[in-house]
Design a protein around this ligand. Structure first.
Ligand SMILES: CSCCC(=O)C(=O)COP(=O)(O)O
Ligand SMILES: [Zn+2]
Length: 205
């Protein structure tokens, strides 16, 4: 018998999907969304669903290693990236992933990281009490082999002094996390705002 997913967790994921879709960051069936549950499981979107039109049945549970509770159920193709975040950052309670124009274009042009400096909105990231800081957002090469991509992330995090609560995958999208969904979404909105500014500045140059 499977343990039901708390209704509040399902409602949180459905509402987050609508918000990401309203912003235009989850075209087609792009993006995925999860929350960690008090019993250690992860509630996550099923693969291939439109994130702006999620219903309760589009959310399922996996264990900390991404294994579905019900054999044959298909969670997000990128589930192991969510698991990697919850495993490494014990205070993470929610993870959001989207494919925006800005994160796609800028990650394609970037090297191994993308530095954001001088933005007031950097305050939305932890440890940034003033706008007078810079944050180097890691950029990983895209990889259809998700376990290999997660290993690359683990290696990057292991060698880092400070780790922002997000990263970009080249030509693919952005992952952000926070202690809860409100925080994860706020960080995504802040990052996307700054990336949109970067794009605009490049157009003006
Ligand atoms: C059509 S988007 C390609 C897959 C992807 O990058 C994504 O974010 C959605 O995958 P999922 O399996 O979570 O639906
Ligand atoms: Zn994706």
């Amino acid at each position: 018998m499977t343990v039901p997913i708390p209704e509040a967790a399902i409602a949180t994921i459905i509402a987050a999907g609508r918000r990401l879709d309203d912003a235009g960051w989850v075209p087609a069936t792009a993006g995925n969304i999860s929350v960690s549950l008090p019993d250690g499981r992860i509630a996550i979107t099923r693969s291939g669903r439109h994130k702006g039109a999620l219903v309760a049945g589009d959310v399922m549970a996996v264990d900390g290693d991404g294994r579905p509770e019900v054999q044959g159920d298909r969670p997000s193709y990128e589930t192991l990236l969510h698991c990697g975040i919850y495993r490494r950052f014990r205070d993470a309670g929610a993870v959001v992933h989207g494919h925006s124009i800005a994160n796609t274009v800028l990650s394609r042009a970037a090297g191994g990281s993308l530095t954001l400096a001088g933005y007031e909105l950097l305050k939305a990231f932890p440890g940034g009490p003033t706008h007078d800081v810079s944050v180097a957002v890691p950029v990983l090469d895209n990889d259809q082999d998700i376990p290999r991509l997660q290993r690359a992330l683990d290696a990057r995090w292991a060698g880092a002094d400070t780790i922002p609560p997000g990263y970009l995958i080249r030509g693919h999208g952005a992952y952000l996390w926070g202690p809860d969904m409100d925080a994860a979404l706020a960080r995504m909105e802040a990052l996307e705002f700054m990336l949109a500014c970067e794009l605009e500045e490049r157009r003006l140059r």
